[in-house]
Structures are given as C-alpha cells and as structure tokens.
Design a binder for this molecule. Structure first.
Ligand code: PLP
Length: 359
C-alpha cells in the first residue's frame, strides 16, 4: 500500500530527491566525504550554494537588484529580523491580520519596539476570508507585512494588497515556490524551507538592495547587510539543508518551473475542494476565492467523527491529517511534492468514509 504524507511541515519531499540524497550520502561527488562532512569554505560547497542561488533566481525570475540570503532560525526569526533591518525610519509597520502566523509576526515586531498598525483583519469571520487594507495605506509606514499563505486557516493571497510606495514584506513560508509571484511586487520575501523547499534548518530571504544598510549595530546573526556581504557565510551555514534544497530546486526546474507546478497544484487542490463542496459530511469553511492550494482544512463538525476519520486514514496510509489544534478537524497539506495520486487516494477514502457513515 502506498503511503502519502499530508504533514504541514516538515513535509513530503520529492521522492527522486530523497533517493539521490540517499545514494550520494556516503561520498559527495566522489570526494569520499559525506555532504555532512565537507567544509562550507570548500570549492565543493561553493558550487552547491552558488547553483542553489542561481536555480532559485531562474525559477522565481529574481531581478539583479535583489539579494538572496540563506539564513537559519526559521520564519520565526524573520519576524524579528525584518523589523530590525527594514523598519529603521519610523519603527512603524502595517500588518494584515490574516491568522495565527500574521499575529505571531506582529508580536515579535512589537518586542523589538516596532509599532504595528493592523490594516485589516480576518478575525471577525474567523479568518475564513482574507483581509485587505480598510483605508489607503499610510505612506509613512516602513513596510506592510503580509502572510501570503495562511498554513493553519487555509487561505492564500493571489491578489496582493495595494500599498503604494510602502514595500510589501511577505512571509511566504507555506507557499514559497508553489506558484509564481512577481518578485518586484515585494521589498522582501522570506520562507522557511521545510514545506516546499527542503529540510528544516534553512530559511530563504530575498531582499531588495535599496532596503539594505539602513540599520546600525544589529546583532551580526540578524544583519541582512552582513549576510549579503558575506554571501550567507558569515558563520557556518546549514550545509546539508542547502544541499538538499538545491536538489529540490533542480527537481522543480525539471517539473517545468513554477507555472507548471502551479497548474498541477491547482488541479490537486481542486480535486479535494470539489469533493468537499459536494459532501454532506465534510466542509471547508474558506471563501472559495481565498482558498489555499497548499493547505486544506476541513471538518465534520463532530470531534469524535473527525478522530475516526483521522484514525481510518492512517490505516489507509494517509498520514498526518490531524488539523492544527487551533482549528481542529483535519488538514491536508498538498505541497509541490504531493503527487496527484495522493490527493485522489484521500478523496477516495473520504468518499468511502462518508458512504459508510450515513446515519
Ligand atoms: N510563517 C508561516 C506561514 C508558517 O506556516 C510557519 C510555520 O509553520 C512559520 C511562519 C514559522 O516557521 P518556523 O517554524 O520555520 O519558524
């Protein structure tokens, strides 16, 4: 029986990438050393990180006036690093309150003495629809923070908010590389790797040149300018995670790039949403236009039935469907590496469950 991993992250990796890692783990490029054993200052690793950056630039069409930085500390560290590096003029940012991770970002910005204006909130509708600014955005704000994909609530921005000259800073942790965005629409993008890019431990920062260099006396490990100057090797970078992410980027190129993967992601998510929308047992509460292609939460409305659904799914090789504790129910994460067959197997299982649970 095939198994499918619907975890929200760390999440399923492309099978050929895992096989390649396994095959070359004892000796990287005939060096007789594992990738885990080579120096980050070696020519071997130089090639790994350079190719990873170039492949990312090709896939996202990142313009030359943007730096690509390889960080650690997850998306969470960027909740601190972004205000420290970019909110230097007025220490005042705007934020769209689209759910749990947006609100975490607001908390962390406030901890480093940044004033946070909530420009719009989805709280009143329990985050089942995306907030947009309720008024024209104050042009004195240092930036506007946006969570492009809300991992827990299952919403995703395809239409970006209007912010005028104020840069948009995007937490793309859970839909990074899941579809094309125009990088020029953002002052900065960041994403933890462990959903669509690779193992946990690596975080990508893509930042526009002119936003760098305005902060002074930052702790070195939070300083974008320093990381840009040192090509992300101020200290020892997460060598293995960067190597694995590099392989995923090559896999993504071989899949036809972001437009092709976005089409496939639409189809996969469509299969599940179509089923949920006609089901009499399961519901997804999210406004159709705001639905995520990456994370699909759904419920039966009865916690005991939800539990039975999850337990039965596990027996059928459909793993990690338990919903986030904040929303309960089930959640299927359908990142790039989830094959269509996995989504079909899930729909078949849910259909069958519903058939056998008709009061
Ligand atoms: N932002 C979003 C949208 C997330 O989904 C997550 C984690 O799931 C985070 C930030 C936090 O990421 P990390 O655990 O890498 O710090």
């Amino acid at each position: 029986m095939p198994t499918y991993n619907f975890s929200a992250g760390p999440a399923v990796m492309p099978q050929p990438v895992v096989a390649q890692i396994q095959a070359e783990l004892p000796s990287f490029h005939d060096s007789q050393m594992s990738i885990m054993e080579i120096s980050h200052r070696s020519a071997l690793f130089d090639q790994v990180i350079n190719e990873a950056e170039q492949d990312l630039r090709d896939l996202m069409q990142i313009p030359d006036n943007y730096r690509v930085l390889f960080f650690q500390g997850g998306g969470t560290l960027q909740f601190t690093a972004a205000p420290l590096n970019l909110a230097t003029k007025h220490h005042h940012i705007g934020l769209l309150d689209s759910g749990h991770w947006a609100s975490r970002a607001a908390d962390e910005a406030q901890r480093v003495n940044t004033t946070v204006d909530i420009l719009g909130s989805g709280a009143a509708n329990h985050f089942t629809a995306l907030p947009y600014p309720e008024q024209p955005v104050d042009q004195q704000l240092d930036y506007v923070h946006l969570t492009t994909n809300n991992t827990i609530e299952g919403t995703m921005y395809t239409k970006l908010p209007e912010t005028g000259r104020v840069p948009l800073v995007a937490d793309m942790s859970s839909n990074f590389l899941g579809q094309p965005y125009n990088v020029r629409d953002f002052g900065m993008i960041f994403a933890g790797a462990q959903k669509n890019l690779g193992p946990a431990g690596l975080t990508i920062v893509i930042v526009r040149d002119d936003l760098l260099g305005h902060a002074t006396n930052l702790p070195s490990m939070l300083d974008y300018q320093l990381f840009a100057d040192k090509r992300s090797m101020f200290n020892t970078p997460p060598v293995f995670a960067i190597y694995a992410a590099g392989l995923v980027l090559k896999w993504l190129k071989a899949q036809g790039g972001l437009k092709a993967i976005a089409n496939r992601n639409q189809q996969k998510a469509g299969l599940l949403y179509d089923f949920l929308d006609q089901s009499k047992l399961f519901t997804n509460p999210v406004k159709p236009a705001d639905r995520s292609t990456m994370n699909v939460p759904f419920v039966t409305g009865d916690a005991a039935v939800d539990q039975a659904v999850i337990a039965g799914a596990t027996e059928h090789g459909l793993l990690n469907l338990k919903g986030h504790r904040l929303v309960g129910g089930m959640r299927a994460s359908l990142y790039n590496a989830m094959p269509q067959a996995g989504v079909q197997a899930l729909v078949d299982y849910l259909e069958n469950f519903e058939q056998h649970n008709k009061g």
